[in-house]
Design a protein. Sequence first.
Length: 337
Amino acid sequence: MINILDQNTINKIAAGEVIERPMSIVKELVENSLDANATNITVEIKNGGISYIRVTDNGDGIDKDEVRKAYMRHATSKLLTSEDLEGIMTLGFRGEALSTIAAVTETEMVTKKRDSLTGVRYMINGGKEIEFSEAGAPDGTTIISKNIFFNTPARLKFLKTSVTEGSYINDLMIRISLSHPSISFRLISNGKTVLSTSGNGKVKDTIYGIYGRDISNNLLPVDHTSDGIKISGYIGKPFISKGNRSFENYFVNGRYITNVVIAKAIEEAYKTRIMQHKFPFTALFFQMDPTMCDVNIHPTKKEFKYYNEKALFSATFHAVSDALSEREYMPGFNISE
Ligand code: ADP
Ligand code: MG
């Protein structure tokens, strides 16, 4: 016998592609907050996000009459026709996140638009509506998502420890907040604030909010343009390097990426100044012609390719070594550190 699957089952199956782990939920929710013009985004997690995730924003909110619709599959306010796909400016557009999150977690949304008097509370567990009611609420949207994969035990088994899952969320929040210095982010994990950025638009202050004073007091500014590649941001003085690559942050046209050519060029520029198997701190922002770039935007991979690897290597190398050597000519500079 051939059955047509009901929508809830379809959503549960589809969820595997969009929502792989707690970090995917945080990513989708924070991107929604950014798309909703929020300037303040707080993420709170417990047990690495496995038991609890809450994302609060001060963005546009959702109209009472549209809340249920937002949770339907392929429901989006960001795309009207297929022609719109060409010039998409928002992070989301598939209209899949909320429906899939609702399918695999116990979810609650409280949302209010600025011009509405009251907000809405909407609760869904595993795709089943539990409550829809009017509620007092601040402007913006809060989404709580509890007990990921509670109804798909096979998927639950594939999660790592709460420490590891939490570190994925931490890495994600570092990248998102670094690339949005004008937005204030906060990450609270098991009641402790682990990241808090001011949102004042300054990259250096953002680095302070993420990494603290030891890093932000030991930065060298980068500003270099060659071959149509503009590189700005900061690198760390050699002595604040680390035994792994977790200090490396590069963004191309605002998007976090990984790229071996950039990594190699940075390594080369630091080579004589850093011990072997140590990696420097970098927060580098590349601007280049997007039509010459190829970013694999699969949710889990960010491998970036540029059509002219030689130019990319050279620009990166010079950007970093210029920043490093400027420091050496600075009067009163203490080389022994
Ligand atoms: P997409 O982001 O691809 O449009 P989602 O399932 O993530 O799809 O969200 C569905 C819709 O719900 C969005 O298009 C948007 O209109 C609304 N929405 C989701 N999150 C928020 C939020 N934090 N603030 C305002 N609107 C939101
Ligand atoms: Mg979305």
